[in-house]
Every structure is written in structure tokens, then in C-alpha cells.
Write a protein that binds this ligand. Structure first.
Ligand SMILES: Cc1ncc(COP(=O)(O)O)c(C=O)c1O
Length: 452
């Protein structure tokens, strides 16, 4: 076998062109084969189909048709967020332009742990992260693999600033990655305040802050995972200031509202945080990963500094080569900023804001449809684009079974959330191409799957 072609270099584009055509054909064939939001038949059927397409994962002799066969199998077996009936999670359909940019990142393979592996990518990252941080009212931002890594980094920076007896205070509606980060970093057990209505209660927070004596990090959420709720950020910020507590805001979901003139005000108070989690693979239409941690005080990033002679020798740094190792706890790092930069420049704030407005409006219409339907109960009007509902008078077991039946049949991907002690079906509207008819169809499917 001759040497396989490389993706970059003078011959890279010509080598990629026919392969891309193969990938696109396979995506089309697999998507048509699936014919809906996810594959029918449940895990056993999907596993069998993948095994058939894969054959021996490491054969003695290679197969030139593997690219088509495996991409087709992946597409045929995908839960496709571009299908309006795939609406469970904060799992967005990526924009074509962002995905195309991501191909260039793979082809060139810059690695952001040293300037000599990523000259232009590092300059792009520095400029775009600062611009995004300023949009949130902070000073700088690190690129992360998503909300989880951003939350971990926020806790790490807080621990380094305040000591290892730092206590995390959050509410039951906060993302699990926050208490998990406290565990990972060896911090004391977090104080988790009850959140009967899903958000951080300022009265309960005031009580906790009064009772605690050591350093405290309060983590608020702008866009909860289960219901898309926004904690009362200005009141929380005022309490943190009064009690000398540090504030982190997890805006992994809600951060996208910053692009919208109509919805930006809901994030008032974001700029009072020490750190803010942003995540453009949620309300930002990026292929994963596209996380950010915005920081108010860039000097605090000094704690991430590392010296590794092969990457940032002191004389190289003195001679003016940017020292990138302190921009992440990772070493090799993809230029996820490229797809983000391309998206921001291509759509502009208006274009992204219009997408945000669209999904929020669709979620409101869906909620109105549910509220008007005697067969359904609506949890509440959506704050961002998450709608919680359930068949009226159904037991929790029935609600869970309806969701699983739709998954098994490959007809709809809905999420689930427990709020007010009851189980709800969750639709997270992130598809900017979804139409009112699509959501009406979703409701019909649930109705048709609910036993009489
Ligand atoms: C509020 C919130 N924070 C953090 C995360 C974690 O983000 P990721 O899955 O990108 O790590 C999520 C995920 O849904 C989330 O909803």
C-alpha cells in the first residue's frame, strides 16, 4: 500500500477533496437510512448494526471503503440535533460554517501548548477570547472543553486565591460538575441549598453565608440544566459582596443570551462575577468542544503557570515567544477558537442574536400549545428555551416509559427532569430551523404514546 495522503501541506487540499465528497455522501446516505431523529430499535439493535459495519476493528489488511462505511453507520445511528424532534439535551445542531472551519483545524492540527505549534491559532485565540470575555463584562477567557472543565477551573482558581478550606455554596439546581469539582480538588463538602423552585433562594443563601466562617465560593447558574432557569444574579451578587464571598456564575447555557438585544438583560449581574462559565456548544451552535471560562482578574491565571523547557523555555519567553502553557491545564490543545471566530465573524452579533431569539420564541409557542391542551400539564413558561411538560394525570413511571418508548421507536428524543418532586418531559429547543408544526408534531407523538 502506498503512503496515505496527508491532510495539510501543498497536497493536502487535493487529497481531502475526494475524501470529503465520500464523507458527505455517507452522511447523506446514513441520514436517509435513519429517516428520523434517532435510530429505531434501542441499544441492542444499534450495537448490532455498528458491529456489522465495523467488522474487525483492527484488520490485518485495511479497507479503502472504511471511511464511507463507518461514517454512514455513524449517521444512520446518530441522535441528530438537526432534527426538530431531537430536543432532549443542551445538544445543539452545529452550524455548517462552524463545522467547515473545524475541518481546517483538524487539517492543520495546530496545538495550543506552544507558539511554535500554533503561531496564528494562538494569536486568534488571544484576540477572540478577550473579545468574548468583554461581551460578558469580564477581562479575559480561557478555552475549555465545555461547561464541566470551565466549572473545574473556576473552582481551582478560587481555591488558589482563597485556600483549600474554601467552601462551595450552590443550590440543588446547580450542575453536577460543580460539587464534583469540589471533590476532585479536595475541597470540603459543598453546602448544597435546597431549591424547591429550581433556583438559588437569596434568603437561604443569606442564612448560609451568615453561618459560614471560612472562605466561600458561591456558584450561581444562568440557565439551569433541567429547566433553563436563571438564578437572581443581582441579589446573589449583592449578598456575595456583603459577605465577602467569591462569585462564580455558570452561564454554560444562558451565556448565549448575551448575543440577543431582546434577552441580554436577563443576564444583568453577570459582570459582577469573578469567573463565568460560557459554552458555545450549547446556545452557540458550535460542534463540541467550545467551552470558555471568563475571568475578571487575569492576574489570577498566574496560578496555572507551568514551565516545561520543550514548550516554553525561559529564554524563548524572554525573546518574545508567547508562553501558552498557562492558558490551560491541558497540554496538547485543539484550536477550538477557529470555528468560534469564524461563526462570530460570519453571523455577527445580529445573526447569532436572531438565532437565540428564534429558539426562545419557538419554546414560548410550544409552551403555549401545551398550556392550551387539556391532555397536558405545563411546568412553567420557559425562561430560555427549555419546556417542561407532562401528560396530565400520568404517573411518573408512565412519563418515563413514554420517553423510553419514543427513543426505542426512533421517533423523538425528549429529556427528563425531576422538579417539584415530579417527573417531567423536557424539550430543549436549540434548533434554529424548527417550525411551530414540528413542535406540534412532538406533542402529538407524546399524546399517541401515552396510555389512555
Ligand atoms: C448549566 C450547565 N453547566 C455545565 C454543564 C456541563 O457542560 P459540558 O457538558 O459541556 O461539560 C452543563 C451541561 O449541560 C450545564 O447545563
Amino acid at each position: 500500500m502506498s503512503t496515505p495522503p496527508l491532510a495539510s501541506g501543498p497536497e493536502g487540499p487535493d487529497a481531502l477533496r475526494p475524501l470529503l465528497a465520500t464523507v458527505l455522501d455517507a452522511l447523506a446516505a446514513g441520514t436517509a437510512e435513519r429517516g428520523g431523529p434517532l435510530p429505531a430499535g434501542g441499544p441492542d439493535a444499534v450495537t448490532a448494526r455498528v458491529a456489522a459495519a465495523l467488522g474487525d476493528p483492527l484488520p490485518d489488511t485495511g479497507d479503502p471503503h472504511a471511511l464511507h462505511a463507518l461514517v454512514r453507520a455513524l449517521a444512520a445511528g446518530a441522535a441528530d440535533p438537526a432534527d426538530p424532534l431531537c430536543a432532549a439535551h443542551l445538544h445543539c445542531p452545529p452550524l455548517a460554517v462552524a463545522t467547515a472551519a473545524d475541518l481546517a483545524a483538524s487539517a492543520l492540527n495546530p496545538s495550543l501548548d506552544s507558539w511554535d505549534q500554533a503561531p496564528a491559532a494562538s494569536a486568534l485565540e488571544a484576540a477572540v477570547t478577550r473579545a468574548l470575555a468583554r461581551t460578558a463584562g469580564l477581562a479575559d477567557a480561557l478555552v475549555t472543553t465545555g461547561g464541566t472543565e470551565s466549572n473545574q477551573l473556576a473552582l481551582l482558581l478560587a481555591r488558589e486565591a482563597h485556600g483549600s478550606d474554601l467552601r462551595l455554596v450552590c443550590c440543588a439546581g446547580a450542575h453536577h460538575s460543580l460539587p464534583r469539582a469540589a471533590w476532585l480538588l479536595g475541597l470540603p463538602a459543598p453546602v448544597v441549598l435546597p431549591a424547591p423552585r429550581g433556583t438559588l433562594d437569596p434568603a437561604a443563601l443569606a442564612e448560609a453565608l451568615t453561618a459560614l466562617t471560612g472562605p466561600v465560593l458561591v456558584a450561581a447558574t444562568a440557565g439551569t440544566t433541567d429547566a433553563g432557569l436563571i438564578d437572581p444574579l443581582p441579589r446573589i451578587a449583592a449578598l456575595c459582596a456583603a459577605h465577602g464571598a467569591r462569585l462564580h456564575i455558570d452561564a454554560a447555557y444562558g451565556g448565549g443570551l448575551l448575543f440577543s438585544d431582546r434577552h441580554r438583560d436577563r443576564l444583568a449581574g453577570l459582570d459582577t462575577a469573578h469567573t463565568v462559565t460560557l459554552d458555545l456548544h450549547k446556545l452557540g451552535w458550535q460542534p463540541a468542544a467550545a467551552g470558555l471560562l471568563a475571568v475578571a482578574r487575569p492576574d489570577e491565571l498566574a496560578t496555572l503557570h507551568q514551565r516545561a523547557d520543550y514548550l516554553n523555555a525561559p529564554d524563548d519567553t524572554e525573546a518574545g515567544l508567547p508562553d501558552l502553557l498557562g492558558r490551560s491545564p491541558r497540554t496538547t490543545r485543539r484550536p477550538d477558537i477557529l470555528k468560534i471566530a469564524v461563526t462570530l465573524r460570519t453571523l455577527g452579533r445580529d445573526g447569532l442574536g436572531a438565532l437565540v431569539d428564534h429558539v426562545c420564541a419557538r419554546a414560548h409557542e410550544f409552551a403555549a400549545l401545551i398550556a392550551a391542551h387539556p391532555g397536558f400539564e405545563l411546568y412553567d413558561r420557559p425562561v430560555i428555551s427549555t419546556v417542561l411538560f407532562r401528560p396530565a394525570a400520568a404517573a411518573d413511571d408512565t412519563v418515563a416509559a413514554v420517553r423510553r418508548a419514543l427513543l426505542h421507536q426512533g421517533r423523538a428524543v425528549l429529556g427528563r427532569a425531576r422538579l417539584d418532586g415530579r417527573l417531567w418531559l423536557k424539550a430543549t429547543v436549540l434548533n434554529p430551523r424548527s417550525r411551530p408544526d414540528d413542535l406540534a408534531r412532538l406533542l402529538e407523538l407524546v399524546e399517541g404514546s401515552t396510555p389512555g
